[in-house]
Design a protein around this ligand. Structure first.
Ligand SMILES: Cc1ncc(COP(=O)(O)O)c(C=O)c1O
Length: 335
C-alpha cells in the first residue's frame, strides 16, 4: 500500500487536536449569519502580550499584514529594504505597491546590519526582516533590529516573527518599545492552523490604525476567529510540546546531515535548509518515496538547496530519516 504523501514543503504545523475539532462542531448558526469582528481575538492577544487592544490587528494570515504594511508605507517612487533571500511574498507585496526593492544579501553569513543601515535613505518607506528568516532559518539580534529602526525614524521596520516560537529568543518586547516597528505573527506555523488564515500585527496604535485603513473590513472568517481564540485558550500546552518536539527534530536533522556529509545552515525555524550537489534530483528522489520538500528556482541563488520542514511527529520523522539515509546509501547526493 503506498504511504500517504508526507508534505514537508510549506513549513506547516501539526494536525489539530480533538478538542479544537470539537469547537468546530459547536459553531453557532448566528456566528455564520453575521459579519465577523476581529475585536474579541484582538483583545485576547492584547492581554496575552500585556498590550493595549489598540496595538493589535488580526489579519488574514501574516500575509495580509505584510501586504497592508506595504500598502500603508509604499508607493511608486519609494523603496523598501529587504534581505535576500526572504519570505517570497514580501518582495511581491512591495512590487504590488509600486515600490522598488533594495535587496541586501543574507545567506551563509551573519545578519548584514551595516549594509542594511547603509541602504536606508529618506525615500525608503519600509524595511522588512523575517527572523527567523524563511528559507534560511537565520535570526537577527534584537540589538541590530533596534539599531536599524532607530536609523530612520520615518521608515517603518516590519519584523516578521512568523517562526519566533521555534527560536531561542523572542525580540518582540524590546522592539515594541519603538514607535516605528511593526511585528507580524501567525497561527499558521507553531499553532498548526494555516488553513484558518489568521495572523496579526502588533505595533504603535497609530501604525495599527493605518493597517486597519488599508485592508478589508472583514478579512477573515468568523469560524477561523473562533477557532484561533479557542486554540489560544486551551491549547498552549499542546503547542509548547509540539515546539519542543520540532526543536529536537531540527537538531537531529542537523546531526543526520553531518553524518551524511550534507551541508546545512543553522536554522531557528521549524525547517532546515540543506545543500546538495543536485538538489532537484534529491527532491525527485524524495518525492518518489512520497516526501515533498521545498525546492527553489533554477537558475538562482538557492537552486542547490532544499528546505525541509520538521515533520513534528515520531512516525513521519523516522520515515524522513530512513528515506534520507536510504537515498544517501545509493550515493551521489552530497556535495
Ligand atoms: C516568514 C513568513 N512570514 C509570513 C508567512 C505567512 O504566514 P501566514 O500563513 O500567516 O500568511 C510565512 C509563510 O510561510 C513565512 O514563512
Amino acid at each position: 500500500v503506498p504511504r500517504p504523501l508526507l508534505k514537508i514543503d510549506a513549513n506547516e504545523g501539526r494536525l489539530p487536536d480533538e478538542a479544537l475539532l470539537e469547537r468546530l462542531r459547536t459553531i453557532e448558526p448566528e456566528m455564520l449569519r453575521r459579519y465577523p469582528t476581529t475585536q474579541a481575538l484582538e483583545a485576547r492577544l492584547a492581554s496575552r502580550f500585556a498590550l493595549d487592544a489598540s496595538q493589535v490587528i488580526v489579519t488574514a494570515g501574516a500575509d495580509d499584514a505584510l501586504d497592508r504594511i506595504c500598502r500603508a508605507t509604499l508607493e511608486p517612487g519609494r523603496q523598501a529594504v529587504v534581505t535576500d533571500p526572504t519570505f517570497v511574498m514580501i518582495p511581491r507585496y512591495v512590487r504590488l505597491a509600486g515600490a522598488e526593492l533594495v535587496s541586501v544579501g543574507w545567506l551563509d553569513r551573519p545578519f548584514p546590519i551595516a549594509e542594511l543601515v547603509e541602504a536606508v535613505h529618506p525615500s525608503v518607506g519600509a524595511a522588512f526582516v523575517a527572523s527567523p528568516n524563511n528559507p534560511t532559518g537565520l535570526v537577527a539580534r534584537s540589538r541590530d533590529l533596534t539599531r536599524l529602526a532607530e536609523t530612520a525614524p520615518t521608515m517603518l521596520l516590519a519584523v516578521d516573527l512568523a517562526y519566533v516560537e521555534f527560536a531561542d529568543e523572542n525580540p518582540m518586547r524590546e522592539l515594541l518599545e519603538l514607535p516605528n516597528v511593526v511585528i507580524t505573527r501567525t497561527f499558521s506555523k507553531a499553532w498548526g492552523l494555516a488553513g484558518l488564515r489568521i495572523g496579526y500585527a502588533l505595533g504603535a496604535p497609530a501604525v495599527i490604525t493605518w493597517l486597519r485603513a488599508v485592508g478589508h473590513p472583514y478579512p477573515t472568517s468568523a469560524v477561523s476567529l473562533a477557532l484561533a481564540g479557542a486554540a489560544l485558550d486551551a491549547h498552549s500546552a499542546i503547542t509548547d510540546a509540539y515546539i519542543e518536539r520540532v526543536r529536537r527534530e531540527r537538531s537531529e536533522l542537523f546531526d543526520l546531515f553531518r553524518e551524511l556529509g550534507i551541508e546545512a545552515g543553522a536554522s531557528q525555524g521549524n525547517f532546515v535548509l540543506a545543500r546538495f550537489s543536485d538538489a532537484w534530483a534529491m527532491a525527485d528522489a524524495l518525492l518518489s518515496k512520497g516526501i515533498a520538500v521545498r525546492r527553489f528556482e533554477r537558475p538562482g541563488g538557492l537552486a542547490d538547496r532544499l528546505r525541509i520542514t520538521c515533520p513534528g511527529n515520531d512516525d513521519d520523522f523516522q520515515r524522513l530519516r530512513e528515506t534520507l539515509v536510504g537515498i544517501a546509501a545509493r550515493g551521489g547526493i552530497t556535495r
